[in-house]
Design a protein around this ligand. Structure first.
Ligand SMILES: Cc1cc2nc3c(=O)[nH]c(=O)nc-3n(C[C@H](O)[C@H](O)[C@H](O)COP(=O)(O)OP(=O)(O)OC[C@H]3O[C@@H](n4cnc5c(N)ncnc54)[C@H](O)[C@@H]3O)c2cc1C
Length: 389
């Protein structure tokens, strides 16, 4: 049954600037409460609970409904309106950037390609924070080589029966739903024989085991599927058309969310600058990192407008991904060098946060497709260079 809550917008679709002003004015009034809520819960469990509170509040107030389809309780309109809300929250440090922007990856891909019935049934619960979704793409032998994934979904009347394993599934232990890629074609069918499903994680036969990352967080999980039945009505897009869904979602993962990633990196650089004791080395490191974040931000602005206008092709997102990984590493390399003693010896919460973020930044050139793969895509698809041998 659909649970969509209808709310009529109080005004016509605002411009991004007007939306930012209205949201910022409202945020001024609740900022202290949101800050206290976030500061009281620095664990992953706490961040997830805080994210749910913020998502629910913003949806109730209508600010995050812009840019999402009415079938999911949204107000329609430009996705740029979502970007300015996420940016304002991030610049003020009121949300965990990775967590808050996840619906921009899975939710946006789902909104673009799922049937109206599936959207009406499931998307709003995700956007309000009542549900959490995870991305079941990578497998032990299929990360970069995603087209050769082995998890199988075999049709049996009205259901598909799924068997296989996924790995590195971000925050799967909190999820109610998983966007799952499985092979429905013959074993050698590569990208032509893959289907995307929206699966309930509490279906019998699904087992989730959290994995600890080097930053100490149980950030991702391995997921096992043993004779898991999923209704044929849970196919996203077309049967055997899952590659299109995957490429759409990966384009969002490699591009849309970097507008707020750049805002977060700017906030981090500001924090580093305030703690730095100055000098030429600090100026060089912070200046270099700033240039890289500025380049990411300039590229990302262009990307946000191109996406909003429907003028953005998936391979272009590889440029954004390469810039993002370089900028993020530059910011945290600078922090590592300038806060060296703190990184190594201090136990305080601030030091722990810097350490955690430094270690996570090493993954920036892996998730969403590695740096090598992005450079191959840029070379072959954008620059028309010969294929790598
Ligand atoms: C923090 C984090 C979160 C993640 N979250 C998720 C998630 O939620 N859902 C999900 O499905 N996956 C997730 N992943 C997995 C991620 O998508 C994969 O790690 C990534 O695609 C690389 O795959 P792999 O780890 O199997 O490495 P491999 O594909 O085995 O690559 C190993 C190395 O070989 C290189 N290489 C491989 N093929 C080529 C080639 N053709 N040319 C040149 N170099 C090559 C790679 O660049 C890399 O350096 C996450 C990963 C991380 C680090």
């Amino acid at each position: 049954m659909s649970t969509v809550t209808r709310l009529t917008p109080e005004r016509a679709e605002p411009s991004p600037g007007d939306h930012r002003r209205a949201f910022g004015a409202w945020l001024d009034g609740v900022e202290a409460d949101l800050r206290a809520s976030r500061q009281s819960c620095r664990t992953l469990d706490g961040e997830m609970a805080h994210n749910r509170r913020v998502s629910e509040l913003l949806w109730e107030q209508g600010f995050t409904r812009w840019g999402w389809p009415p079938a999911a309780g949204g107000f329609a309109g430009s996705p740029l309106l979502r970007a300015v809300v996420a940016e304002e929250l991030t610049l003020r440090g009121l949300v965990h950037q990775n967590i808050f922007t996840m619906p921009e990856i899975l939710g946006a891909g789902f909104a673009a390609l799922a049937s109206p019935a599936l959207i009406g049934e499931h998307l709003e619960a995700y956007l309000t924070g009542r549900h959490w979704w995870c991305q079941g793409f990578s497998e032990p032998e299929a990360g970069s080589d995603l087209a050769n994934l082995r998890t199988r979904a075999v049709r049996n009347g009205d259901v598909f029966v799924v068997n296989g394993q996924k790995v590195w599934t971000t925050l799967a232990q909190y999820a109610q739903r998983c966007v799952l890629l499985a092979r429905t074609g013959a074993p050698g069918s590569a990208h032509r024989g893959i289907t995307a499903f929206l699966i309930d994680v509490d279906t019998p036969g699904v087992t989730i085991r959290p994995l600890r990352g080097m930053n100490g967080d149980d950030e991702f999980s391995e997921c096992f599927f043993g004779d898991v039945e999923i209704g044929a009505d849970r196919v996203i897009g077309e049967i055997d058309g899952g590659w299109t869904v995957a490429m759409q979602i990966l384009a969002f993962e490699r591009a849309t969310i970097f507008w707020t990633r750049a805002a977060w990196l700017l906030e981090r650089l500001g924090a580093l600058l305030r703690r730095s004791s100055g000098g030429p080395r600090a100026a060089a490191l912070i200046g270099d990192a700033y240039q890289q974040v500025a380049a990411l931000r300039a590229r990302s602005r262009q990307t946000q407008y191109a996406m909003a206008a429907g003028r953005f092709a998936a391979p272009q997102s590889s440029v954004d991904k390469v810039l993002m990984a370089a900028a993020e590493k530059a910011v945290f390399d600078a922090a590592f060098e300038l806060l060296e003693d703190e990184f190594v010896t201090e136990d305080g919460e601030d030091a722990a946060v810097w350490r955690n973020q430094y270690l996570y930044s090493r993954a920036a050139s892996i998730y969403g497709g590695t740096g090598e793969i992005q450079r191959n895509i840029i070379a072959e698809r954008l620059l028309d260079l010969p294929r790598a041998p």
